[in-house]
Design a protein around this ligand. Sequence first.
Ligand code: S3P
Length: 435
Amino acid sequence: MSKIKLAGLPEHGLRGELTMPGDKSISHRALMIGAISHGKTVVDHFLWSNDCQQTLKALQALGVELKTDRQRIIISGQGFSGLKAVANWLEMGNSGTTARLLMGILAGRDFTSYLRGDVSLSRRPMKRVSQPLSQFGAKIIPSSTGTLPLKIEGNSLHGSTVKLTVASAQVKSALIFAALQAAEPSTIIEKLPTRNHTEIMLQKFGAKITTASDNLTIRIEPGAKLTGQEIKVPGDISSAAFFLVAATIVPHSDLIIKNVNLNPTRTGILRVLKKMGAAIEIDYLPNDGEPLGKIEVRSAQLQPIEIQAAEIPAIIDELPLVALLAACASGTSKITGAAELRVKETDRIATVAAELKKLGVQVTELPDGMIIQGISSWQQQTDQLESYGDHRIGMMLAIAALRSKQQFFLNHAEAVAVSYPEFFNDLQTLIQNSR
Ligand code: S3P
């Protein structure tokens, strides 16, 4: 398990340009939707991270032909019925997206599947998927704690109207995949709007799926033929977010981040940064389907912020970074309505609070959020920071360390490869540019 020395304050700030790696959510979906479609799907700018490779391997195990050609992936889809039974466990690793979305796909197949994951994923709730899926007639049996490992007894599904009780794009997407295999049309009603990459991509492949003007009600008509497409995966705003925050809190910084997905269901971090007083300029580029653009960011002084439930889904993966921004702001910030953080790769309320306290920040944990008192410079309590094996906690801490001349070490730094294998290289490039 790797412990690394983190870079400290770059004297002349962070400077230069970065092109973002492919979006994690869209990379997973491109493989899965390619697999259940007919014909050739070509996926360009796929994110070669541990999580996305978990989806790739699971689909290969299910008999899908996936080949790599330079950096592209070519899928020869044979529709839902091209998936074949696997006698062994399907390995989900650390990837919640792989596990939950595949539950919806496999629930409607005519064979039984077995899913298991690593220690972290095996603690995360799966009944939030299996229960609503049962309304389509799905038979999924999780472990006694409602988690992985689980068994999916694939069978024929019927249409349903399902009202979701959690705001989760993973749950929604699993239900959409089930609804596509059902005998009748279905309606899914979200609690709050969440990332809509599944809906956008399925429309491109020919599915009959529409979202009402309330942005909550999704109607799926099964039966349309899904046809393979060319997908260029846009850059991941959740990865860009680390550098947007870094350039904001490190003095003398000026960064351009290119190829960033700007789907409004994901851009909560831009709204938060602006509200807090960050200096960001966004350039939208023409693109069909998923909006895309370039962001320029410079250092700025930050004001505190209050964030509530309605804003959480569009910023769910960036909340550790929002906590870091709050720790650098002049005043007290409060995040509520974010109980979902407790069931991420780690309990991110507990892990963020524990690590920010090591920097001398006053953090009060709430059941569904935190109160954070900003400070003008870190007051180091220890030089040992901990990712807890959670990629986003590890990267947030590497950004926090940039604000100080003191030396910090990060334990379990290898976790970053879950979503951003090139993270430390990209950070080093920006630091070197400013020398
Ligand atoms: C994801 C949805 C979110 C997010 C995760 C990826 C997706 O999870 O946190 O990183 O690809 O659909 P939830 O659906 O649990 O909110």
